[in-house]
Design a protein around this ligand. Structure first.
Ligand SMILES: Cc1cc2nc3c(=O)[nH]c(=O)nc-3n(C[C@H](O)[C@H](O)[C@H](O)COP(=O)(O)OP(=O)(O)OC[C@H]3O[C@@H](n4cnc5c(N)ncnc54)[C@H](O)[C@@H]3O)c2cc1C
Length: 455
């Protein structure tokens, strides 16, 4: 069976592992538009992502894969938060279990480990192609057109086409043209940038340091803007700084509010956001010059096209904000589900593909909902929910058989399906959904009043 995977990101590469480890009857063709991540210069590193229990479990299912990935990441067991009152960083243990930790790994290092392990296994059915973009998908002819960087173009027929090509998926774009394919997308009101720097002396290599500040509104009518982020240890004594701030994606500002120059950035990081952390002139300059990335959230009502024999996995199926750090882990869960459906149906796509969609669409919707619902917008709901969840956590520790762990614990320390987490806390989520909608309506009405007054 010819399986064509578009995209050599975490989802596409894990799928190749699972198919090739399970059966020699697959010919797996992977096409990736970017260059091999193992050949990138060290300053071309992407962002760091966190793999918790659920992501780790999916990697452990393939012999030797987890240990290869683990070596490229950093085990994080502590969280640092700066106390203004005490004028120092306070560090908390994340978990009592030594065996449970988050692995923080650069996305490119994760892909490099998955690639090395694929090649090490010398599968005759593996066909890896970098610098080759999928330019066109012909769902009727079961064929894709590929464009290599050197200008060459070629056709590749397939029996199964897998769109593992991320947020702006061309495979999804082809599926969207099919009748009855329902799709929605919206931009988050936040943008982000990353910065890489050598490990600062005063910062430990097993701790992620977080901050969240509110920047005062620029004029009387504007709302205050939240800036948040983290300094996260990476391999080779490096740190990755992720900074998120509230900004509509069509706004032209290149930097967080209050940052006009690299010196402003250095001062703000050192004094306010991550006190004590020094950023070099060159890194600050590069940060300020780079454009911020926006965050897109997408919803599809199915992840497959039956006649086109095509399927979506990972961000191509359900892009989400990185707030709950679940995108990659949700992508792995898709891959596991797709592989299991193919195996159970003995590759009968008319059975496997609808079954895959039925399982994973509800999971995709649940995790994108959780990303929103675990951030109550109204202050009173946010405070109430925080207190209730603190109590819930304490009660769970004392009476684990009678009280569930909190949604955050279920997300990070278990592999419980996302839909089940939503269901378990449905009363809370109904309240948060209702209050979030009210907040949104209020904001919209305030905006339209302000427009009316101005005109
Ligand atoms: C700042 C940030 C922090 C994050 N933190 C976390 C976290 O802590 N934990 C977590 O689980 N997730 C996290 N995520 C989300 C996670 O990175 C993604 O969900 C994950 O990378 C999705 O994997 P994927 O393989 O589906 O897609 P991608 O990683 O987007 O890979 C898709 C691949 O397809 C290729 N491609 C695209 N179009 C084509 C084409 N036409 N032809 C050929 N190739 C193509 C792309 O070049 C890319 O390599 C974070 C994301 C961001 C932005």
């Amino acid at each position: 069976m010819n399986v064509v995977i578009i995209g050599a990101g975490p989802a596409g590469l894990l799928l190749a592992h699972r198919l090739l480890a399970r059966s020699s009857h697959y010919q797996v063709f992977i096409y990736e538009q970017r260059s091999d991540p193992r050949k990138l210069r060290s300053d071309q590193r992407a962002f760091v992502l966190s793999l918790t229990e659920r992501g780790q479990t999916d990697l452990k299912a393939i012999d030797g894969l987890w240990s290869a990935v683990e070596q490229r990441g950093v085990a994080i067991r502590k969280t640092g938060v700066y106390s203004k009152k005490r004028q120092q960083w306070q560090v908390f243990e994340r978990s009592s279990g030594v065996e449970k930790y988050s692995l923080l790994i650069n996305r490119n290092h994760l892909c490099s480990a998955l690639l090395d392990e694929l090649e090490k296994r010398k599968y005759p059915g593996l066909h890896l192609n970098f610098d080759t973009a999928c330019a066109k998908v012909d769902l009727k002819a079961h064929q894709v057109t590929l464009a290599a960087k050197d200008g060459q173009s070629m056709e590749q027929p397939y029996d199964l086409l897998v769109g593992a090509d991320g947020i702006h998926s061309v495979v999804k774009a082809a599926l969207l043209k099919q009748p009855g394919f329902d799709f929605q997308q919206s931009y988050f009101d936040k943008v982000w940038k990353a910065l890489h720097l050598p490990q600062p002396q005063a910062f430990a290599a097993d701790t992620s340091y977080f901050f969240r500040v509110t920047s005062p509104a620029t004029d009387a009518k504007a709302l205050p803007i939240q800036i948040s982020g983290a300094a996260i240890p990476e391999l080779d004594d490096q740190f990755c700084l992720l900074i998120f701030w509230g900004q509509a994606p069509d706004q032209a500002q290149n930097n967080p509010p209050g940052i006009e120059t690299p010196t402003d950035l250095q001062k703000m990081i050192f004094e306010q956001w991550l006190p004590g952390l020094q950023v070099s002139d060159a890194a600050a300059q590069a940060f300020c010059e780079r454009r911020p990335s926006s965050i897109l959230e997408t919803h599809c009502d199915r992840y497959h096209d039956q006649t086109g024999q095509a399927v979506l996995v990972g961000d191509a199926a359900h892009a989400m904000s990185s707030f709950l750090a679940q995108g990659c882990q949700a992508a792995f869960a898709d891959v596991v589900a797709l592989d299991r459906c193919l195996q159970a149906s003995e590759d009968q796509l008319q059975d496997a593909l609808p079954q895959y969609s039925a399982l994973q669409v509800k999971e995709g919707h649940a995790i994108t909902e959780l990303n929103i619902l675990l951030r109550p917008q109204a202050k009173w709901v946010s405070s109430l929910f925080s207190v209730a969840m603190m109590m819930q956590g304490k009660l769970n520790q004392r009476f684990p058989n009678r009280f569930s762990p909190t949604p955050s614990t279920l997300l990070s320390k278990t592999s419980m399906p996302y839909a089940e987490i939503c269901d378990r806390f449905k009363s809370w989520f109904s309240l948060i959904r209702w209050s979030n909608q009210r907040m949104l309506a209020k904001q919209k009405s305030a905006q339209s009043k302000s427009v009316a007054t101005n005109s």
